[in-house]
Ligand binder design. Structure first.
Ligand code: SF4
Length: 315
């Protein structure tokens, strides 16, 4: 979509496909859908067709023209492993990544099963080589010679799954682990978890082979609150396992800090939440008061500091 991005954990976004369909509760307030549907029917706009899924071959080779090395989030407005995106097109997307090793790519999906199946298919190496040749065409002729051929695992591609809850999210971690794309987290590729929006206590998480964890609360209309103990549990598990932890944002809701406006009136609506996620729930266990500060005021401090840890990867 854009060479530059406001997303806290990346530099740029690249959308060789646009649009998607919802698959699990983390999709309920999909920001990409909200954005895209605003432009449905606007002639000539990239989202003239709203959030309907489509391939955008014209955008495939954009990163080849980006000379400075960037961290690139692939498909911020779609899901690369959506069931309606053909394998051949996915091959071409990886073909571009293979011949632009100056960039680091972050591929994030909610379709962990499809990603696993794609990578565990016979012939993926041949397909990657063919796709790199195809994508290098028309770029000075000698791009292939300069870049050289890349093989699996592509050292500049990180793979991640979204994890919003136990039922839908935790199984995706197994799908990610069973992709034969690399040896992470100390190997050439990083496997990461984007735990956003965090919708409930995930309990114990098997972090074996996971090289990075991002956590965030939901923002936007209808955002669901996040209990600080859910975050604390994940943070503590990451610290114990030596996995870099990145706290992206509280989202709309954050723990009540007793702020008031100039008139002394409390301007923000509040709610109570317990560890089970019930709002206005029982009086017994761990209820805390959250306020709807809005994403900007809620900020991204957790336990008094920012958590900006990233994987250290040399390639
Ligand atoms: S998978 Fe991602 S892009 Fe697709 S609907 Fe869900 S949140 Fe939106």
């Amino acid at each position: 979509m854009a060479e530059h991005s406001a997303i806290e954990w990346t530099d740029a976004t690249w959308n060789p496909t646009r649009g998607c369909t919802k698959i699990s509760p983390g999709c309920t307030h999909c920001y990409a859908e909200t954005f895209a549907e605003r432009f449905r029917g606007v002639p000539g706009h990239p989202y003239e067709q709203g959030f309907d899924l489509r391939l955008v071959p014209d955008k495939l080779q954009d990163p080849i023209g980006w000379k400075k090395p960037r961290m690139i989030f692939v498909n911020s407005m779609s899901d690369l492993f959506h069931e309606d995106i053909p394998d051949e097109f996915i091959d071409q997307v990886f073909g571009v990544m293979g011949i632009t090793r100056r960039h680091t790519y972050q591929v994030l999906t909610k379709r962990g099963e499809r990603m696993r199946d794609y990578f565990n298919t016979v012939g993926k190496t041949r397909r990657l080589l063919e796709a790199q040749r195809e994508m290098a065409k028309g770029h000075g002729g000698d791009l292939m010679n300069r870049a050289g051929m890349s093989m699996w695992p592509l050292p500049n591609v990180w793979f991640g799954v979204s994890v919003e809850n136990r039922k839908h999210g935790l199984p995706r971690i197994e799908h990610l682990r069973s992709c034969s794309v690399g040896r992470g987290p100390v190997g050439p590729t990083v496997r990461f978890l984007s735990i956003e929006p965090l919708l409930e206590d995930l309990g114990p998480i098997d972090l074996t082979g996971i090289g990075w964890v991002i956590v965030g609360g939901e923002s936007g209309h209808g955002a669901r609150p996040m209990h600080p103990e859910w975050v604390r549990s994940i943070r503590d598990q990451c610290v114990a396992a030596g996995v870099p932890f990145f706290f992206k944002q509280w989202g709309e809701w954050a723990e009540d800090t007793g702020q008031v406006n100039e008139q002394g009136r409390d301007p923000w609506p509040h709610t109570w939440i317990d560890q089970s996620g019930s709002q206005w729930g029982g009086f017994d266990t761990g209820r805390i008061r959250l306020r709807r500060f809005g994403k900007r005021f809620a900020g991204r401090l957790f336990d008094g500091r920012e958590w900006n840890e990233m994987p250290e990867v040399a390639h």
